[in-house]
Design a protein around this ligand. Structure first.
Ligand code: PLP
Length: 450
């Protein structure tokens, strides 16, 4: 593409450092400028239309033109555009959202702490878990159990929990983490190993690691009910029940990272509902506000909250909080998002549309480039391979994914390559005809990738 002088493309290339982008390549090719959205579609500044089959970043649950969210934001902007939540200050949107979240979440939650991004919610969870260990007179109880290919964000602490290579290469780590095998049966299962045996092996690995490190040194296990950015990895049979049993046995907190799974994505309101998980803490973001405003929350049960409260009472305050915690406009948008998800039965709709999408993707299983189709609810991935036997793609891992992604954009839809897997996570409002359109474009893309 030629970048015209003084165009948006030229200004972006000159001044904007993009996350998750190769800055050197960006100087050559510039940005794809997205100008407007309508339902599940977005349009670039050349007038090209794309099916946003990732809902942005797994996040715009209600698509790109929900006027009720715009109205909720406008009304709140006019009434009280900003206020904070320090020093006992409160306002209606934050109190309403805290009440709604605590009462709709599984696991007998007790309190909601507001943050602005998934990473901040994870950071806050780590800080409060360490604070709690100190409060309980267990200052050595600090290590965090995480899985390979997990994604928990990019702030200094959250990035340490994330288990993807690009988030660690040349970055420094400060959190003591213990890494476990990614629960991906298709990729990590041994020859001849059944799914149940795979689960048992992972649970044994977990227990052995706890015993080797000393349970008294381990504070928490962080896990996405379905690993998202690591490749849409659904857990093997019996995994979450067995993991929870071990964590209980050794007094280790369970933090469910629902930043992607929350609010209907897995076909039930939370990933924890889908997999019968009873967490001590939950992190929420993305679909919480349909991402129309940055917003996130950390929920905790009484078992976590009580020691925190006692410690903060001794000190005189809980020394943590953000200027934007419980931002009134973000909370108003989140409240309206949850109302729409409930009123329009979008959780059930997502379950039905997800089944339809996965059936369509499964129809492509015999395609020479399709290694595995996986997913649950309205989140799915197709693992691309060039050799089905060895489950390998091109020589350079991720190259086939990148090539296919470039073709997908040319063919008018946005997926997301995760190494050599293509992800699908469309807005919850997607309809069958739009899924048919997406599947047709994806099949054409696969044929062209051959
Ligand atoms: N946790 C999960 C499961 C995520 O998928 C993400 C982002 O994709 C995060 C945390 C971090 O969220 P943010 O990008 O808002 O910091």
């Amino acid at each position: 593409m030629t970048i015209r002088p003084n165009s948006i493309e030229a200004r972006d290339t000159a001044f904007h450092l993009h996350g998750y982008t190769n800055p050197a390549t960006h100087l050559e090719i510039g940005p794809l400028v997205i100008e407007r959205g309508d339902g599940v579609h977005v349009f670039d500044n050349q007038g090209n239309k794309y099916i946003e089959a990732m809902a942005g970043l797994w996040s715009a649950a209600l698509g790109f033109s929900e006027s009720r969210l715009v109205d909720a934001a406008t009304k709140q902007m006019q009434q009280l555009p900003y206020y904070h939540s320090f020093a006992h200050r409160g306002h209606t949107p934050a109190a309403e959202l805290a009440d709604t979240l605590v009462n709709m979440a599984p696991g007998n939650m007790s309190k909601a702490f507001f943050t602005n991004s998934g990473s901040e919610a994870i950071d806050t969870a780590i800080k409060l878990i360490w604070y709690r260990s100190n409060a309980l007179g267990k200052p050595e109880k600090k290590k965090i159990l995480v899985r390979n290919r997990a994604y928990h964000g990019v702030t200094v602490a959250a990035a340490a929990l994330t288990g993807l290579p690009a988030n660690h290469a040349s970055f420094d780590q400060i959190v003591p983490t213990l890494r476990l095998t990614c629960p991906h049966y298709w990729r990590e299962g041994l020859d001849g190993e059944t799914e149940e045996q795979f689960t048992n092996r992972l649970v044994e690995e977990l227990e052995n690691m706890i015993l080797a490190e000393g349970p008294e040194t381990i504070a928490a296990f962080f896990g996405e009910p379905v690993l998202g950015a690591g490749g849409v990895v659904t857990p093997p049979k019996g995994y979450w029940a067995a993991v929870q049993k071990i964590l209980k046995k050794y007094d280790i907190l369970l933090v469910a990272d629902e930043v992607i799974c929350g609010f209907g994505r897995t076909g039930q309101m939370f990933g924890c509902n889908t997999y019968d998980i009873t967490p001590d803490m939950m992190t929420l973001s993305k679909q919480l506000s349909s991402s129309y405003m940055p917003s996130s929350a950390l929920l905790m049960n009484e078992h976590v909250f009580e020691p925190l409260m006692n410690e903060a009472n001794k000190i005189g305050t809980l020394g943590h909080g953000y200027t934007g915690s419980g931002h009134p406009v973000a909370c108003a948008v989140a409240n309206e998002t949850i109302r729409i998800i409930r009123e329009d039965n979008l959780v059930e709709h997502a379950a039905n549309m997800g089944e339809y999408l996965r059936a369509g993707l499964n129809n492509l299983s015999d395609h020479p480039l399709v290694g595995e189709v996986r997913g649950v609810g309205l989140i799915a991935a197709v693992e691309l391979v060039t050799n089905k036997e060895s489950k390998t793609a091109l020589e350079k891992v991720g190259q086939l994914g990148l090539q296919t992604n470039a073709l997908a954009i040319e063919n008018g839809f946005f997926s997301r390559p995760m190494m050599d897997a293509m992800a699908f996570c469309p807005p919850l409002i997607i309809q069958k005809t739009e899924i048919d359109d997406l599947l047709g474009r994806f099949e054409k893309t696969l044929d062209q990738s051959l």
